[in-house]
Design a protein around this ligand. Sequence first.
Ligand code: FE2
Ligand code: FE2
Length: 189
Amino acid sequence: MLEKDLGARRFHHSLGAGELAVVLASANGTDADRAYTAALLHDCAKALSADEIMALAQSGQYPVDAGDFEFPGILHAPVGAMLARSRHGIGDDEILEAIACHPTGRAGAPRLLWIVMAADYCEPTRDFPGSDDIRRLVLKDLRKGLLMVLKSKIQHLTGLGKPAHPRVCSMIAELERTPERVGTDERRT
Ligand SMILES: [Fe+2]
Ligand SMILES: [Fe+2]
């Protein structure tokens, strides 16, 4: 179903994200099945048209912050959470939130969201200058790697003359301020 919805390229990106998420979950004391599900489905709405995404984001079926409408490129994420629930039967709120927030993160995010963000950014089919370095760092130290991911996102947007989303900036500030206390709220077994 996902392959049909997304097409080959995006489907392989999703599979790659799922694979890396499993590795990161295992290395960071997080449930690998939930990480795989969230990463596999994170872009499940990405192939919809911009108009379809906007209409679904405005439908109220999944909460979208009012300010997010100023960043239309991220609206596939809350719409993805909506489809993950309605089309793929996902009822786990933390998985849905990881899908909904994967482009920006947020301060106070659970480790599941860290993993989905990192897996999305540097899964094995990603091949951009510096992708190997980020992937290595994410695998070695998830917090430091995620900081590099977030800063790279800002750098990319700055290069395009676009503003960074406030949630990206607040997540960077939190990760830099209290590294030992954040990202530890994941349920452990
Ligand atoms: Fe995405
Ligand atoms: Fe993605």
